[in-house]
Design a protein around this ligand. Structure first.
Ligand SMILES: *Cc1c(COP(=O)(O)O)cnc(C)c1O
Length: 358
């Protein structure tokens, strides 16, 4: 028998969340962002689930885009990180991939290919990772003059749209609108998930929802359910041992947690080699048999311990939810000093994905 440790993926929740993203986006058409194996949910199944409603998909790199083709789908795929080799330009053209070009060397590769792909231009409005500065755009567009038919539009990315009272997003939006004004026919795309939840934020013609499709919150201090989202992943395991600790007994590596009184304790068959965060602190909620139990001690590679004081009738074999509908992945992320993105993309290949709601 395999372990009970699984990630149950609710495809109906992903459909619901995408519907909400489209509703928030108003007139903007959504690129469903399914990079990083659809944030750990499985790119082929997620792509097929969204295929009837999505006009296009967005991924980071060409390997991910090819996985969408392997899933039997012909949608345009936007490559958010552009191309990584000159030969990728021909692949993009043949496969209907739309690279977001962010640097001069990529424009040179495009220029060297007679029948290039449709493409986007990345504008750096303050994130300062990738893209051309607003002042460079007229030179860039002049160099592309012979290819205007394949030019789709401009993309920029926000640095702090998850911080609702940070005005940097307003400044980036204004800078972007001003920079692209000379090309009124271009498509324009700015909106990651967080931007969908900002009052008065223009989303222009194309949105790029990612994390919200999976039901997690793009804002650190909120849970996905506060925003009307449904969690798509339920990370589950079971109790493989139940013991009673005596006052003074320690649990796990480094004896990092010690019982101050007699304490019922359970061992769960999941650890950091499954993607459960090793830095989750004492007290991180773990759902056991309808109750919130508390993580205790250090998370091991293949198991972790919970205080079962709140679950008096817990027995070996009982099911456990590490995150999902009862314990939000956003809450676990806060307890581990990270964000839901890292937890969802970090669930390892050892954990089988089981799909329902398709
Ligand atoms: C990953 C990514 C997104 C999606 O961001 P979320 O915060 O997950 O919604 C949007 N745009 C770009 C350029 C990205 O890399």
């Amino acid at each position: 028998m395999p372990r009970a440790t699984v990630a149950r993926i609710d495809l109906a929740a992903i459909r619901h969340n995408f519907g909400l993203a489209r509703q928030f986006a108003g007139g903007a058409r959504a690129m469903a962002v399914i990079k990083a194996d659809a944030y750990g949910h499985g790119i082929a199944r997620v792509a097929r689930t969204l295929a009837p409603d999505a006009t296009c998909f967005a991924v980071a790199c060409i390997e991910e885009a090819l996985a969408i083709r392997d899933a039997g789908l012909a949608h345009p795929v936007v490559l958010l990180q552009g191309v990584h080799a000159a030969g990728d330009i021909a692949t993009c053209a043949a496969q209907n991939f739309e690279p977001v070009l962010h640097s001069g060397y990529q424009l040179d590769w495009l220029a060297a290919q007679a029948d290039g792909p449709a493409f986007w231009i990345k504008v750096n409005t303050g994130m300062n990772r990738l893209g051309f500065r607003p002042a460079e755009l007229s030179r860039v567009m002049a160099a592309l003059a012979g290819r205007t038919s394949a030019f789709l539009g401009f993309v920029t990315h926000f640095a702090a749209s998850d911080e609702m009272d940070n005005d940097a997003t307003g400044q980036q939006t204004a800078l972007f609108a001003d920079a692209v004004a000379p090309w009124p026919d271009a498509e324009l795309s700015v909106a990651n998930s967080a931007a969908h939840f900002r009052d008065g934020q223009p989303l222009f013609t194309r949105s790029r929802p990612g994390i919200m499709l999976y039901g997690a919150s793009p804002m650190a201090e909120r849970n996905g359910s506060d925003l009307g989202l449904q969690p798509a992943m339920s990370l589950e395991s079971n109790l493989i041992a139940v013991r009673t600790l005596a006052a003074g007994d320690a649990v796990g590596y480094g004896a990092a947690w010690r019982a101050d009184r007699e304490t019922p304790m359970g061992i769960v068959a999941i650890g950091y080699a499954d993607g459960y965060p090793r830095h989750a602190c004492n007290g991180t909620p773990v759902w056991v048999k309808g109750h919130r139990a508390a993580l205790i001690g250090r998370v091991s590679m293949d198991m972790l311990a919970v205080d079962l004081s709140a679950v008096p009738d817990a027995r070996e074999g009982d099911p456990v939810e590490l995150w999902g509908r009862n314990v939000s992945v956003d809450e676990v992320a806060r307890c581990a000093g990270t964000i839901s993105y890292e937890l969802l993309t970090g669930v390892t290949a050892r954990v089988p994905r089981l799909y329902h709601g398709g």
